[in-house]
Design a protein around this ligand. Structure first.
Ligand code: GUN
Length: 294
């Protein structure tokens, strides 16, 4: 069994970012990313903090906007309009889920598609479906694909089974994997909560992508001998022995599944670190595209 660690692969992405950043800086441009956090969900706070820190580490212009949980749609949309109009900002990310009655769809649609580095605006999802390379692909799915490519795991003609149909991960990774080109050309099945006899479906997978959001949901009975398993889940489970009172576990029961796999991603240290790396790469691209259009 091979462990697919995110860190060295993310580092390769950061090395590309640094080299592109140098070129942009030499021409007098600095990529800028704005991350908007509404409310104080601890997991979202932690993600936003990591994104902001990575921006600073790479030397991007970084804006962290924290709004209270009772922020109105009007205020949030006005903030997005302000960021859309700010030429020092090339990427805008609104951390999901949004609290209360805030309408995620309306908020995402308000982001200028050319600044939607999260790849969730209908224009970018449409471009993903159309295989138009001028769009932005969502970060977690493109991070998973990059891991497969870097590990030399062939996807062409393989059975990829994705468990989970969210826009943020499941649906988008299915589009990426069924597209034409390297790291794709796969035969994709999307399974979800209404799928009948899930283990019989997931056991068809040469590459199994777990994006359900339930701790240890995928067990040995779901996995074919010799499969590659990509675990997208990041779940907090209570653990009185842990310093913070919880630990992070994936959607895959790693201990039960690992011995059957050809390769598997750990949690933490797997897909999670790739999401931020792809966000940085998308922000560089957004800046390059803005420069080219000016
Ligand atoms: N919440 C969990 N993952 C993500 C992500 O990739 N983007 C946004 N905007 N919110 C998230």
């Amino acid at each position: 069994m091979k462990l697919i660690e995110g860190k060295p692969i993310a580092e390769a992405v950061y090395a590309e970012c640094r080299s592109e950043l140098e070129k942009l800086k030499a021409a007098g441009h600095l990529p800028g990313l704005a991350v908007v956090l509404v409310g104080d969900d601890p997991a979202s706070k932690a993600y936003v903090g990591s994104k902001d820190r990575k921006c600073q580490e790479l030397g991007f212009h970084s804006l962290k906007i924290e709004l209270s949980a009772d922020t109105s749609m009007e205020t949030l949309l006005a903030k997005i309009e302000e960021l859309n109009a700010d030429s020092s900002i090339h990427g805008i990310l609104v951390q999901l889920p949004l609290p209360g009655d805030l309408e995620e769809d309306t908020v995402i649609r308000a982001i200028d598609p050319s600044k939607d580095v999260d790849g969730l605006h209908p224009v970018n999802l449409g471009k993903l479906a159309m295989e138009d390379p001028t769009g932005f692909a969502p970060c977690t799915p493109s991070g998973c694909q990059r891991m497969l490519v870097e590990m030399g795991i062939e996807t062409e003609g393989k059975n990829v089974v994705v468990v989970g149909r969210s826009l943020l991960v499941g649906k988008s990774i299915a589009l990426l994997m069924m597209a034409k080109g390297p790291g794709a050309n796969a035969t994709v099945t999307v399974a979800h909560s209404r799928t009948r006899d899930l283990p019989s479906v997931t056991r068809q997978a040469d590459i199994l992508v777990a994006a359900i959001g339930r701790p240890h949901f995928i067990g040995a009975e779901h996995v074919k001998e010799g499969a590659v398993v990509i675990d997208v889940g990041i779940n907090r489970v209570e653990d009185a022995t842990a310093k913070r009172g919880y630990r992070l576990v994936g959607d895959v029961d790693f201990d039960a599944v690992a011995e059957k796999c050809e390769a598997i991603t750990p949690v933490p240290g797997g897909v999670g670190v790739m999401t931020i790396a792809m966000l940085m790469r998308n922000t560089i691209r957004a800046c390059q595209m803005a420069v080219a259009a000016s």
